[in-house]
Design a protein around this ligand. Structure first.
Ligand SMILES: [Zn+2]
Length: 293
């Protein structure tokens, strides 16, 4: 069984940097056999924009909101994506739909703002001629793209495997808690450069851990990861106001001492602090203030 080690990677809020051993009912779980097919994650790639650049490599088809095919082609050169007159424009074509989906037979053949993605994309109209784009990708492909974007692919194999488990756990958790939402997660939450993040080495390490996620009491949890904790990770309750569980309760860490981000200082004037905490006497962040400030 895989040793559970929350990794030392960039992005995210410090929670747990390392755990020395697993405990009863705490460990890893393979979701693969429980599902008929590979889970798909819905990721918000573009939001609230009036224009984006799109290109399609290989044969493709565009479907409308009723999943009817409204366009088919062999290749789409880079063109503008926009919204006007109640419809969606792809280059010089106007589709009178509130939502369209683009799929291509070439894996990784959809290019959006110069980033190539696997899977399909959905373009949804918003107000004021704006739109959002949601990518739909197999979880394992998505994990490969994130691992390669979050850390150098030259790092130790076990570090890459551990990162893959952490990312997969986080993604599957978000799939669970946001299953009824339009998208499961967005690019504010983790680094993702699509196909560009994947390398043969990263994909191999992701494949090694395929389907493995961390659980606590057989419940999946948000496996936050980060670059540097500064010596001790924080309890999730103090950061996000969520219920604390052992894997997210904070641990001492000596692994990131050499990071240039391990120790730092910042001068903040008294007036700025007073402004930030205006009305609150306890200096807690608003969402964790127990006095209701
Ligand atoms: Zn650390």
């Amino acid at each position: 069984m895989f040793v559970v080690v929350l990794p030392i990677i960039s992005a995210g809020i410090p929670i747990s940097c390392h755990r020395e051993s697993t405990v009863v009912q705490d460990g890893v779980h393979d979701y693969g056999p429980l599902m008929d097919k590979m889970p798909v994650v819905r990721v918000l790639l573009v939001n609230d924009k009036r224009e984006a650049a799109v290109a399609i490599h290989g044969s493709y088809q565009i479907t409308g909101s009723l999943t009817n095919i409204i366009e088919q082609g062999q290749e789409l050169r880079r063109c503008a994506l926009s919204v006007s007159d109640g419809g969606i424009n792809v280059g010089d074509k106007h589709y009178n739909h509130s939502e369209i989906r683009i799929a291509t037979q070439q894996d990784g053949g959809i290019e959006l703002n110069n980033v190539r993605y696997r899977g399909e994309i959905r373009i949804l109209q918003q107000f004021n001629n704006k739109f959002s784009v949601i990518g739909e990708t197999d979880v394992e492909d998505f994990v490969s793209g994130v691992v390669g974007s979050e850390m150098p692919s030259s790092w130790e194999e076990d570090a890459l495997r551990a990162q893959a488990v952490a990312v997969r756990t986080y993604v599957m958790y978000k799939k669970k808690v946001r299953r009824d939402e339009v998208y499961n997660l967005d690019l504010q939450e983790l680094a993702y450069r699509g196909v560009a993040g994947e390398t043969a080495r990263v994909s191999s390490m992701v494949q090694d851990t395929k389907g493995v996620v961390m659980v606590h009491n057989w419940n999946i949890f948000p496996a936050y990861f980060h670059s540097t904790c500064g010596g001790h990770t924080e309890d999730v309750h103090h950061v996000f106001g969520k219920d604390s569980i052992p894997p997210l309760s904070g641990v001492e860490c000596n692994y990131c001492n050499n990071s240039k981000h391990s120790q730092w200082s910042k001068d903040i004037s008294k007036s700025v602090i007073e402004k930030k905490t205006a009305g609150c006497q306890c200096l807690h962040f608003q969402h964790t203030c127990r006095k209701g400030c």
